[in-house]
Write a protein that binds this ligand. Structure first.
Ligand code: MG
Length: 163
């Protein structure tokens, strides 16, 4: 069993990860409408990663003898005015998610919940990778996305993302 403070935060994090998946599906939809299926594919994969995070948290609660309670997932409400907007929003969102994970880690430390701290270390590393991936995408867009031929090549390259 987990202490209530830690349990509540992990329950909430499941919702946040599923919301992240929802947000990335929304971005994929935007890029489909923009005629950029490679970008859309990249965000579809990103959405799957987020579902994976939610599942990993769910499994941790179950393995800790807890019941999992699911809450409603909020509607993605960002309006994208250009193709750079989702990239910037994605990076900001990942920094926000990192702060949430760090907060849970801090509370687990206060609670002397060393097992949860150990469990969260995977997420801390994962978030560093997620921040880097989304920031790299912004860099690549700045470098190659300025003209139609470069954008098309970048779209093709993003379409090859496998995980
Ligand atoms: Mg995540």
């Amino acid at each position: 069993m987990l202490q209530k403070k830690v349990l509540d935060l992990i329950q909430d994090q499941i919702n946040k990860e599923l919301y992240s998946a929802y947000l990335y599906v929304d971005m994929a939809n935007f890029f489909e409408d923009e005629g950029l299926p490679g970008f859309a594919h990249w965000y579809e994969n990103q959405a799957e990663e987020e579902v994976g995070h939610a599942k990993r948290l769910r499994r941790y609660l179950i393995d800790s003898g807890e019941s999992v309670k699911l809450e409603a997932i909020a509607k993605p409400d960002k309006v994208f005015k250009n193709i750079e907007d989702p990239l910037n929003a994605g990076y900001e969102h990942e920094c926000y998610v990192s702060s949430l994970i760090h907060n849970i880690y801090g509370v687990a430390l206060e609670c002397k919940d060393y097992r949860t701290m150990n469990f969260l270390e995977w997420f801390i590393e994962e978030q560093a990778e997620e921040e880097k991936n989304s920031s790299d995408l912004i860099t690549r867009m700045k470098r190659f996305g300025g003209d139609p031929a470069g954008l098309q090549a970048l779209d093709k390259s993003l379409g090859k993302r496998e995980d």
